[in-house]
Design a protein around this ligand. Structure first.
Ligand code: 16G
Ligand code: MG
Length: 564
């Protein structure tokens, strides 16, 4: 380690005094102007991680669905997964070290992790379309080079594309070619093969409106569309040519406001979808003939995918172990449908892609989705080999199903949830099954639900267990929720501190038989207790009323007048 050079370069990326950030669920995220030193230091850390794992490591510069002024960074581990938890802690320590302590922290990490400093290092870098991203990714490169690492800068990429590149590079090209053409060709070839088999390939199945959140998804989908155009024609909206990134559009906006994005004309029963700002999330929606908006979220995407995979396995005659992984936010109707109708085992993990991904790896085939649209399917190596053999050996009908499964496996991005890949998987399944968007939506009916966020003095007063579905502290909170919930059919509520914002999230659902306010009771009561126990409730709590998208302003005073 050339400590002199590190000190010299670090001074050019100086840390603002006193600034403390944490490597959270999705890396570091804050206002772009506070991130220069973090980027430089993540370049350094990526080199250490690369030396330690003797593999290529990825660094992605993005703040996903956050406003355009923000930015962020996350590291991608060798098989395309999120950074290992012990290294998240190192990332936090390194980012927060004051200038004079930085070298010591760097040496501490190397020693703790037994990094062989003589080992070569290789880092790949990608960035989204934010105005700040180019300069910030240059700071990552400065960090990589000062520690003697080699790098390849892919420039503009979606987050899942960078995960894909890392995975390809560390598996000797077996997963695919680590180039943007390699990605386009692998996915498009599988998609075109699949849709060729669809008997219903009328116009209805061939066109899709895509809201790209004014982000990187637009650029990449534009580049890619001619590769798969014989199977699907896409019409892009919010493609970044005029609107602001994530402003009144994108998957996060559509999911949390339950309304279509701005700038998209929707005719009744037309199939539409939205990506988020870095294209790792997707939700679908449509307007029915009466003009009502219907959202098809990650839960219904998981249902469509897992039922299709299960049908194929039955046709091939393979009994593989398939599991679906969700979080506490999954609508109860989806869990019931999967377990009771489809007879697929369902597992619940904490919020955050890494938890779901990890759990899904336990199955032959693991399908995971968060309700917000993050997700993919994972296939064990043994399954991939078995299916490949079946596609060559089985007799006609079975061989056709095995071939389809082989292509579906290629179409998924198994390194990370990917809006483009998920979109193509969904479009292929709908075409192959001859399902309209309404028929897909009608698989089950979501229970009415509400979600809100509230600011309290200290969100750490809340701790949870059982995959965040039960509150352990503050005392009395869970008992109060239990007492209330048992009075209503199919009802469920939970409270959890956010991993990405300084807020507490409250979720509730119930079979309120058309009387939607019932769900609000579950929301308001936990909130009421919360505000009582958290020493100093902030003056105003902003409640994001999901359906309808209103912002409700409730003060703790007005809450205390509510009678339940
Ligand atoms: C991040 C996570 C997402 C999770 C969300 C929850 C990744 C790539 N993204 O965006 O999975 O749903 O945070 O945030 O892991 P919360 O803890 O604030 O509710
Ligand atoms: Mg995202």
């Amino acid at each position: 380690m050339d400590l002199g050079a590190i000190t010299k370069y670090s001074a050019l990326h100086a840390k603002p005094n006193g600034l403390i950030l944490q490597y959270g669920t999705a890396g570091f995220r804050t206002k772009a102007e506070h991130l220069d030193h973090v980027m430089f230091r993540m370049g350094l850390l990526a080199v250490l991680r690369s030396k330690q794992t003797k593999s290529t490591i990825g660094v992605m510069v993005t703040a996903s669905h956050n406003p355009e002024e923000d930015n962020g960074v996350k590291l991608v581990d060798p098989l395309g997964e999120m950074l290992a938890p012990s290294w998240e802690e190192h990332a936090t320590c390194l980012a927060n070290a004051e200038e004079q302590d930085m070298q010591r922290v760097l040496i501490d990490i190397s020693e703790k992790e037994a990094v062989n400093l003589q080992q070569d290092a290789f880092v790949v870098i990608g960035r989204d379309t934010r105005p700040s991203s180019e300069k910030l990714s240059q700071s990552v490169i400065d960090g990589v080079t000062v520690l003697g690492g080699q790098f390849h800068d892919y420039g503009l990429l979606t987050t899942p594309q960078l995960h894909y590149m890392v995975y390809c590079r560390n598996t000797g090209g077996r997963y695919g070619k680590a180039t943007i053409e390699g990605y386009y060709q692998k996915l498009s070839k599988a998609f075109v093969e699949l849709t060729k088999q669809a008997s219903c390939s009328g116009d209805e199945y061939r066109s899709l409106k895509v809201d790209c959140a004014n982000g990187i998804g637009a650029l990449k989908l534009r580049e890619m569309e001619h590769y798969f155009s014989q199977g699907l024609s896409v019409q892009l909206f919010n493609d970044g040519s005029k609107g602001k990134l994530n402003h009144l559009c994108g998957a996060d906006f559509v999911k949390s406001h339950q309304k279509p994005p701005q700038g998209m004309e929707i005719k009744s029963n037309e199939r539409c979808c939205s990506f988020d700002g870095d294209a790792d999330r997707i939700v679908y929606y449509y307007h029915d003939a009466d003009g009502h908006f219907h959202l098809i979220d990650g839960d219904k995407i998981a249902t469509l995918i897992s039922s299709f995979l299960k049908e194929l396995l039955v046709e091939i005659g393979e009994s593989l172990n398939i599991g679906v992984v969700q979080t506490a936010y999954a609508n109860g109707s989806s869990t019931r449908y999967l377990e009771e109708v489809m007879k697929v085992p369902v597992y619940c993990t904490k919020t955050g892609v890494k938890h779901l991904h990890h759990k899904a790896q336990e199955f032959d085939i693991g399908v995971y989705f968060e309700a917000n649209g993050h997700g993919t399917a994972l296939f064990s190596t043994a399954v991939e080999m078995k299916i490949k053999q079946s596609a060559e050996q089985l007799e006609d009908k079975k061989r056709k199903a095995a071939k389809m499964l082989e292509n579906i496996i290629d179409l998924f991005n198994q390194a990370a949830g990917d809006a483009i890949s998920d979109m193509l998987v969904i479009e292929a399944i709908l075409a192959l099954k001859g399902l309209t968007v309404q028929q897909w939506d009608a698989l089950y009916t979501d229970l009415p639900n509400r979600q809100l966020k509230v600011q309290v003095a200290d969100r750490r007063v809340i701790s949870t267990t059982n995959a965040e579905r039960q509150a352990v502290t503050p005392p009395g909170l869970q008992e109060a929720i239990n007492d209330l919930v048992k009075k209503y059919k199919l009802s469920r509520a939970f409270v959890r501190p956010s991993g990405t914002e300084d807020v507490v999230r409250v979720y509730a659902e119930a079979d309120s038989q058309g009387s939607r306010p019932v769900v609000w009771i579950f929301i308001i009561w936990p909130l009421h207790i919360l505000l009582k126990v958290s020493a100093k409730p902030r003056q105003t709590s902003v409640l994001n009323r999901e359906s309808g998208g209103d912002i409700w302003q409730l003060s703790s005073r007005s809450l205390s007048h509510l009678r339940v």
